[in-house]
Ligand binder design. Structure first.
Ligand code: NAP
Length: 276
């Protein structure tokens, strides 16, 4: 298929590369043009319209709802019947607004971070019109290990918020356990060793725990985007009259770490808000 990828950041660049490696004809656009250049077998476009012209499917992988809405505004005149496949995490409200603008929208946020994106092992949380599945499944096969089709557009974005609520709790819990270990003169490695392989252990604890202990935060999932997801989940909960107290506290911790200059760092940097 002829595919346009709009947004070639941490996730979008490897996604574009994997689509091209699977034999699709891929054109990519990014706001900072240099990031769309030099991706193996992918043609860089100088504008959104140039990327989208002639595409059969247009994939958005951008920071947040504002970015997606702005870029889709530029893409719309050139869409010409192409499928819009929205993979960024923007929450159900913005997805509903987008679905009104773009009939046939495929709402497909993804589960998995930088490494799974590079390895083509994302999990695609797909939702949208039944009759689009056949066309987009080959694209999802190039991006991911598994595609879950969940129903009408919006279902993918709702599940994504549920999953990220769990992810944020895991990460913040880990951060606070490690910060407490450090403060109590307990080697955090003994904490990780104790839980490893048991019901409380998680591969994620070792992965993010290492970054926290080493105080090195190369971004797989930038903290500012994790905070965005906490806010999206809190807003969705509030709309349902639900109070998620722990998530509200997690958002505050993440805000503190962002204010301390860690927004572009990996979400593991949330531990900096707990350190004395
Ligand atoms: N990283 C992960 O682990 C992960 C996993 C699943 C889902 N996600 C979601 O996937 C999306 C992308 O994440 P990422 O990790 O790839 O982030 P990223 O590396 O920060 O990339 C963000 C992209 O959005 C673009 N952008 C930001 N504001 C824009 C605007 N106003 N107009 C046009 N483009 C704009 C950036 O362009 P510039 O390069 O010019 O700044 C960049 O291409 C987010 O919604 C995130 O929550 C991330």
């Amino acid at each position: 298929m002829r595919v346009a990828v709009l947004g070639t950041g941490i996730m979008g660049a490897p996604m574009a590369r994997n689509l091209a490696a699977a034999g699709h004809e891929v054109t990519a656009w990014n706001r900072s043009a240099d990031k769309a250049e030099g991706i193996e077998r992918v043609t860089a476009a100088g504008s959104v319209a140039e990327a989208v012209r002639g595409a059969e499917a247009v994939i958005t992988m951008l920071a947040d709802a504002d970015a997606v809405e702005a870029v889709v505004r530029d893409a719309l005149p050139a869409l010409d019947g192409a499928l819009l496949v929205q993979t960024s995490t923007i929450g159900p409200e913005a997805t509903a607004r987008l679905a009104e603008q773009v009939p046939g929208l495929v709402d497909a946020p993804v589960l998995g971070t930088k490494a799974p994106a590079e390895e083509g092992k994302l999990i695609v949380l797909a939702s949208g019109p039944e009759d689009t599945r056949e066309r987009v499944d080959p694209l999802f096969d190039a991006l991911g290990a598994k595609t879950l089709w969940l129903g009408k557009a919006g279902a993918g974005s709702r599940l994504k918020l549920v999953i990220n609520t769990w992810l944020l709790a895991l990460t913040e819990g880990l951060a606070e356990a490690i910060a407490l270990a450090e403060a109590l003169d307990v080697d955090p490695r003994t904490f990780l060793d104790a839980i490893d392989g048991g019901p409380m252990g998680a591969p994620y604890a070792n992965l993010k725990g290492k970054l926290m202990m080493e105080r090195e935060y190369p971004p797989s999932f930038p903290l500012e985007l994790a905070l965005k997801d906490a806010r999206l989940a809190l807003a969705a909960a509030e709309q349902q009259g639900l109070r998620l107290g722990a998530l509200a506290a997690i958002a505050e911790q993440m805000e503190r770490a962002v204010e301390a200059g860690h927004g572009k760092d990996d979400m593991a940097a949330t531990i900096q808000a707990s350190r004395a």
